[in-house]
Design a protein around this ligand. Sequence first.
Ligand SMILES: *Cc1c(COP(=O)(O)O)cnc(C)c1O
Length: 365
Amino acid sequence: MIPLFKHFPVLAEKLPYLALGDFPTPVRKLGRLGSSIGAGALYLKHDGLSGKVYGGNKVRKLEFLLGKALRDGARELLTFGYAGSNHALATAIYAESLGLRTISMLLPQPNARYLRQNLLMSLRYDAGLHQHNGVNALVLASLVQLLSHRLRRGRWPRVIMPGGSSPWGTVGYVNAAYEVAEQVRGGELPEPQRIYVALGSMGTAVGLMLGLRAMGLSTSVVAVRIVDEATANPSRMVRLFRRTNGLLRSLDPSFPQVRLGVDEVEIRHGFFGERYGQFTEEGMEAVRRAYAEEGLKLEGTYTGKTLAALIDDAGRGTLAKGTTLFWNTYNARDLSEAAAGIDYRRLPVAFHRYFEQNPQLLDRG
Ligand SMILES: *Cc1c(COP(=O)(O)O)cnc(C)c1O
């Protein structure tokens, strides 16, 4: 049984949940990296291994989102992201395993090699892929898609929020906080003073914060912003926190009511760079170090920037005392073989340019 349900048996009855992934994900000490950057005790929570076929942070959210979609009788899903979206791919893969089809509504992003692979894999898992250049066009096209699928199939596709960060998806990371607390009790790592995690659609960071506070733990979450500030900011984090807390309490009133003030949210803004998906020098240096010193594969959009923030703090000496946990949110399963041999020309033309043009400069190494 998942840790959240052990603590709150009523939630086990009320929350539709599907075991899609491999949990608990492993924890390990990053001894070499920790000492070379000057962090006291540095540990990794490896959510890259959260699934056999495809890992990363979206699996925990999908266990609840797809559980609910199936219970509600959905046959098709419609979700959003940027062209290389790990979320859209994870949704397509796990939905396909349940017989659901995914429609992905995507916005352009700077070109990168992982993006190509994600698009090819989405094709392999039979996702309908659409790209539009602006948010308004994307929203309009999404309405058209919803309506035309409703007319053809007789039911509305289930809309999954960007990054899976609705309150239902965020519950996946409330559970993750209970999972890591169990690992602390089991002696796998000391209780961390701080957790570093990427901040995109916010469900990961907010779910962790809610779970930690519900347990009465003082571990802080350092959220490293990798999307623009209009998407990820303290007031939106607090709102998602409250709504998720409200959802859990509406299903099980014994779940504690916890508070989060906007001034208590710790966001690192300095590692975003120019825009979403645009790699940075510090981020790519962090990616190189993680691989060279720990054999850990990160990427330039999320986890490299997050580790760069951690390395920067370590350099200032603020991580010398206590335990720091780096939460890896990026898939660690190798897709290169599965994606090889898929012809990109089977993708809608809007996506061909990602294959016909070079990846961004910092992704050519
Ligand atoms: C989606 C994603 C994130 C961001 O998580 P949010 O819950 O959207 O904030 C971080 N890392 C990776 C690799 C992701 O794909």
